[in-house]
Design a protein. Structure first.
Length: 436
């Protein structure tokens, strides 16, 4: 059994963000077993902790961002690639700034700092996830696959096809993730841009602090005012990005990943699917079901009962930050008798009520809220976007925006598959049960 790892002492990395150009300081600190990789924004009024997992990914172009509520941390992939390569499982990463620094636009400085801090084992087994079923994701002419593999650890094959651009061409590279090879083979590989892309970025005010000597800007003849560190540096950097994005699965991966022209968007979607599969597997192993909270445990928290209990099971909880639950909609629901005969549609107010109940379950996770009820105060930006009918499965999510001693504010969504059925911002007051 492989043991979990952290660092022996703290270390720092400072510099300017790749996109923002703003100064930032990162401090890496040891963390206890089973705590995972956690980023902490320290430059906001109240420090915000964000677990580096796929559930916390925010939508950004050409980079990977994690967020909690309105607070985000940009461009985490190069850092996470170094953490993953060194097999570090538990780490607290404090950052003063909204974007991680990007020394030489590679993963090398993060790796050097963490190695100086010394990686040490901890008295707990590593969390691993073995890919047993193929997963394929495509978008246009780009694709990425997660595949079972007999070999140990994670092997990645990336096909970078810039066949119409003579400065890059087509590059294919296969790499098996290991601490002793990452430093030499991948860590020095830098972010690259085509000359036209670099001009567009600068026109939008991004990366204006960088010159072609700081980042690979490539025209038809190759790097401008720079040289490649490897003949195939571009595809190596793509694998660095992919390793960083897959670190968001939150576990060591065993299997093979094959990518063709994949970018952060596809990488993140694969990480989300692997993260969900790993979560489900662990719940089944621990509880005999994929539910974090089954209906019996839900009834111990919520006062609602038939026919007004609108949550069947909770499948994911991230502390008091986020929750995901399921409501299975069947034709036997009482409200379908009158809404509407011949055209059964779930009332929108009940979808909103289901989101509110899920929010109550989220806030009940905090010990100090045990014995309290989340009583509705207000609803804002309520939107009903899709009819919900018998046979649908509602995926209900709630994400904390603000949580105080007596009040709570969350952002909720109800989905059917990938389609948003409803969304709203809901505010609650937390009151003692006997006072209601």
């Amino acid at each position: 059994m492989k043991l979990q790892k952290t660092i022996k002492s703290e270390c720092k990395v400072v510099g300017k963000g790749l996109f923002s150009g703003k100064e930032a300081k990162v401090v890496f600190r040891p963390a206890p077993p089973d705590s995972g990789i956690v980023f902490v924004r320290t430059d906001v009024p109240e420090p915000v902790r964000i677990n580096a997992v796929a559930a916390n990914v925010g939508e950004r172009s050409r980079r990977t961002t994690i967020r909690r509520g309105a607070v985000s941390i940009e461009t985490v992939e190069h850092c996470l690639a170094a953490v993953s390569a060194l097999e570090i499982d538990n780490l607290t990463i404090e950052i003063e700034g909204a974007e991680l620094p990007a020394p030489d636009c590679s993963s090398a400085e993060f790796l050097k700092a963490l190695k100086r801090a010394a990686v040490v084992e901890q008295p707990a087994g590593r969390r691993e996830f073995t890919i047993t079923e193929p997963i394929s994701i495509t978008s246009g002419d780009a694709s990425i696959y997660a595949l079972p593999y007999d070999g140990d650890g994670l092997t990645i094959t990336y096909d970078l096809d810039y066949g119409g651009h003579t400065g890059i061409g087509r590059q294919i590279y296969t790499y098996r993730l290991a601490p002793d090879t990452f430093e030499r083979q991948l860590a020095p590989a830098r972010t690259f841009l085509l000359e036209a892309e670099a001009k567009q970025f600068r026109a939008r005010g991004m990366g204006t602090h960088l010159s072609p000597r700081d980042i690979l800007v490539i025209d038809s003849d190759g790097p401008i005012k720079n040289t490649y560190r490897f003949p195939n540096e571009c595809v190596r950097h793509k694998i660095v990005d992919l390793i960083g994005d897959l670190a968001l699965v939150g576990r060591a991966l065993r299997g093979r990943v094959v990518a063709y022209r994949s970018g952060h968007s596809l990488n993140q979607e694969l990480a989300r699917r692997l993260y969900d599969a790993a979560q489900q597997q662990e719940r089944i192993q621990k509880y005999g079901t994929d539910a974090v909270l089954d209906i019996r445990r839900i009834q111990k928290i919520l006062p609602h009962r038939y026919p007004f209990l609108l949550v069947d099971k909770v499948i994911e909880i991230d502390g008091d930050a986020r929750i995901k639950a399921i409501k299975n909609v069947t034709f036997n629901e009482q409200f379908f008798q009158g809404h509407f005969p011949g055209t059964p549609i779930m009332p929108g107010v009940l979808i909103v009520e289901a989101m509110a109940q899920v929010s109550g379950l989220l806030f009940a996770q905090r010990l100090e809220h045990t014995g309290k009820l989340a009583v509705l105060l207000s609803m804002d930006d309520v939107k009903l976007r899709k009819a919900v009918v018998p046979g649908d499965q509602l995926i209900l999510t709630a994400e904390t925006v603000r949580l105080r001693k007596r009040t709570a504010h969350c952002k909720c969504r109800a989905l059917v598959g990938e389609a948003v059925a409803a969304e709203a911002e809901i505010r609650f007051m937390l009151v003692d049960d006997e006072k209601v």
